[in-house]
Design a protein around this ligand. Structure first.
Ligand SMILES: CC(C)(COP(=O)(O)OP(=O)(O)OC[C@H]1O[C@@H](n2cnc3c(N)ncnc32)[C@H](O)[C@@H]1OP(=O)(O)O)[C@@H](O)C(=O)NCCC(=O)NCCS
Length: 329
């Protein structure tokens, strides 16, 4: 008998869509008053990928979706739903997920987007896991994709160095054995909207926000950092216990890749050595809702996250929003 509770749903395919264009710290040194040393020591980021002009968020979602469906050996017509987490979609409407639906030919799927900033993938997965538990869906495509370089202020060195573009997708189905999502939790607290937000296209813009030079992404990094560390630990403890496990049972911590220092603090608080933490932030920066599926994908491809192993994932983002899950692969 394996440890922990039995899962409801299981990830049977993973895919990614990653822009080709690399923007290194050396490139950023030519754009704003910064240095590779500052960015590396404060964040762990060495380079990030950025989308080209004329490309769309859905281009990368479609690529990720096709790869995930191929690994899962699932025909798009079998999909009951496509749930896409993004705050940087193709258009204000329709939802970016419908462009994915059309491109892959998932005619039987309902498609909708979820907005929960960097926690979006966990929120979308929570939706999907719940639908499967309720018997309302059998196979669901869940995507996390963000093209935040399209909304950062390239004159603001405190934020423009942090973000990168990517998409990640998973195919979810009913669990049949002890492999799958053992526990999943999400949460929000609207008291902290002032610490991390973006205006410029919403109705809030009409009250003059853009005149204050805040048309793009705004963040109070220090305060976000402080809250992130606290909430990530709290969520990690919650989902590990919900899964019927102890932190010492976890094989891999695969957290939202926002800042290496935040990740180290979380691992330390959970008593997990850094050898059990998967990091790819140095290659991609903070890809927001794409970060967890992208990290899971690479951890699997690199042969680190093996079949039967237990993964703990925790995320945090603007809102604030947060989430966590324990998965047995
Ligand atoms: C953004 C972050 C890396 C900044 O690191 P920090 O150690 O808190 O740095 P501070 O904001 O205190 O800034 C320290 C100094 O560096 C400067 N600075 C900011 N960005 C810089 C950059 N890119 N290059 C060089 N200097 C920079 C600041 O202007 C400040 O200078 P000052 O002391 O002369 O005023 C950090 O706060 C962070 O990671 N926060 C969480 C961000 C996050 O994860 N957000 C997403 C959540 S999903």
């Amino acid at each position: 008998m394996s440890k922990g509770v039995m899962p409801v749903s299981r990830i049977i395919g993973l895919g990614v869509g990653i822009p080709e264009t690399v923007l290194s710290n050396a490139d950023l040194e030519k754009m704003v008053d910064t240095s590779d040393e500052w960015i590396t020591s404060r964040t762990g980021i060495k380079e990030r990928r950025i989308m080209k002009k004329g490309e769309r968020t859905s281009d990368y979602c479609i690529k990720a979706a096709r790869e995930a469906l191929a690994e899962a050996n699932v025909d798009p017509l079998e999909l009951d739903a496509i749930i896409l987490a993004t705050i940087s979609g193709d258009m204000r409407f329709p939802a970016t997920s419908v462009f994915v639906q059309e491109a892959i030919g998932a005619k039987n799927a309902a498609a909708w987007d979820v907005s929960a900033t960097c926690s979006g993938f966990l929120f979308a997965l929570y939706n999907a896991d719940t639908l499967i538990q309720a018997g309302r869906a059998k196979k669901i495509l869940v995507i996390g994709s963000e093209m935040l370089t399209s909304m950062v202020n390239w004159d603001d060195r405190a934020t423009c160095v942090l973000f990168g573009d990517a998409a990640g997708a998973v195919v979810l189905t009913k669990a049949e054995d002890d492999r799958g999502i053992l526990s999943i939790a999400i949460g929000s607290n609207g008291s902290y909207v002032d610490l991390l937000y973006s205006i410029g296209i919403g109705t809030a813009s009409r009250t003059g926000g853009t005149e204050n030079g805040e048309a793009f992404l705004f963040m109070n990094g220090n305060e976000v950092f402080r809250h992130a560390v606290r909430m990530l630990e709290r969520t990690a403890v919650e989902v590990v216990h919900k899964a019927g496990l102890q932190p010492s049972d976890i094989d891999w911590l695969i957290p939202h890749q926002a800042n290496t220092r935040i990740i180290k603090a979380t691992a330390e608080r959970m008593g997990l050595p850094m050898e059990q933490v998967f990091l790819n932030i140095h290659k991609y920066g903070n890809t927001s809702s794409a970060s967890v599926p992208l990290a899971m994908y690479e951890a699997r491809k690199e042969g680190k996250l093996k079949d039967g192993q237990l993964m703990l994932s925790v995320v945090f983002g603007g809102g604030f929003t947060w989430g966590g899950m324990v998965v047995r692969f």
